[in-house]
Design a protein around this ligand. Structure first.
Ligand code: MRU
Length: 347
């Protein structure tokens, strides 16, 4: 990677366009919140933590451009911006967490110009805190990976998805940095192939041996005893530990339990949504069916067929061996463990 996946450059943001990877490394400079909202919708930046960070920069860029004479007028215009950004992707908790933090800063401000500066500073802070959190959780999680392990992972959860170190892929990279001899099975992650396009690209850069498989091949290798553990990221974790992640994650969790191997979820605390009692309440993004009937723009099904395309599924907490966060590794009972983490965080 020649530059960081997301970088703040005074009054604009530079992003690495993930839709062009792995064959082209193209960077885009965005100078308004509309461009940021489109980049999120079009998956130029994706992965819950990275979406949250870019959303915060979107609020900052939007605020810088607001022309208002009163504080109320400024706040009203900023609300329109936060609504536009919040409407981009409904499942990633980190987006709403970051937008909420930015709104609090705006509401606490008295002077418009000072508030604009405070919003830029807050977005930069959100970015560095998220990056630090993913580094720390990766270090904690690497303790669960044994020397000689073969690990199966789904979707893309590395530097690209976090604009930091990574979650599931961060744990894998950290295990390698600790000198452990590891191998990885990468699921291609239909329909948009984040595993085949992005995780393989990152693993190559980290010099970690891997084998790319189709999503439906996972059970074959797991049942033959060739996988020691599964580790995935998360888009939203409810208060009881139920976890929404890329479509296909639930299937992997059931396979892990059936075959007696651990199933780990790695995510920063900002992915946990205490306001939702269980995974039933997590909003699931429905994407364009064309992503299923077409593969990278090429039609693979008869014209006009009906297709369903939920982007995420929910894994009930009892399938999860542990949730790895920067504030500790949580196990059953998840409700208690999650509450404890938030209790320790409150001032
Ligand atoms: O649709 P995507 O590519 O944004 O989905 C990404 C995932 O599901 C990741 O596993 C999740 O966001 C965690 S990323 C650290």
């Amino acid at each position: 990677m020649n530059n960081l996946p997301i970088e703040w450059l005074e009054n604009r943001v530079r992003i690495l366009d993930q839709t062009r990877l792995p064959h082209e490394e193209v960077y885009l400079e965005l100078s308004n919140y509309q461009g940021i909202a489109s980049a999120i919708v079009e998956l130029k930046i994706r992965g819950a933590p990275a979406i949250g960070i870019l959303g915060a920069y979107g609020m900052a860029l939007g605020a810088l451009k607001i022309k208002a004479t009163t504080r109320d007028e400024f706040l009203e215009k900023l609300r329109d911006i936060s609504q536009a950004l919040a409407a981009t992707r409904p499942t990633a908790r980190n987006l709403f967490q970051a937008i909420g933090r930015m709104e609090q800063i705006a509401e606490a401000g008295k002077d418009i110009e000072q508030t604009k500066t405070a919003l830029v500073n807050e977005a930069v802070k959100i970015h560095s805190e998220e990056a630090e959190a993913t580094k720390k959780l990766s270090q904690l999680g690497a303790g669960l990976i044994g020397d000689g392990f073969t690990i199966l992972t789904h979707c893309n959860t590395g530097a690209l998805a976090t604009a930091g170190y990574g979650t599931a892929l961060g744990v894998i990279k950290q295990a390698k940095e600790q000198g452990k001899n590891i191998k990885v099975f990468v699921t291609e992650t239909r329909p948009l192939l984040q595993g085949a396009r992005l995780t393989t690209w990152e693993l190559k850069q980290a010099d970690i041996p891997f084998t790319l498989i189709t999503d439906s091949t996972a059970g074959y290798f797991i049942s033959r005893g060739e996988v020691d553990c599964i580790i995935v990221g998360a888009d939203r974790i409810a208060a009881n530990g139920d976890t929404a992640n890329k479509i296909g994650t639930y299937t992997l969790a059931v396979l892990a339990m059936e075959n007696g191997i651990p199933f780990y979820v790695a995510a920063p605390t900002t992915t946990i949504d205490l306001s939702l009692a269980s995974g039933d309440e997590i909003p699931i993004e429905e994407r364009n069916p064309e992503e299923v009937t077409h593969l990278q723009g090429v039609s693979i099904a008869p014209e006009g067929v009906e297709a369903a395309n939920p982007a995420f599924d929910v894994t009930p907490h009892h399938y999860i061996t542990a949730i790895i966060t920067e504030n500790g590794i949580i196990k059953e009972p998840y409700g208690e463990g999650i509450k404890k983490i938030f209790r320790n965080l409150s001032p």
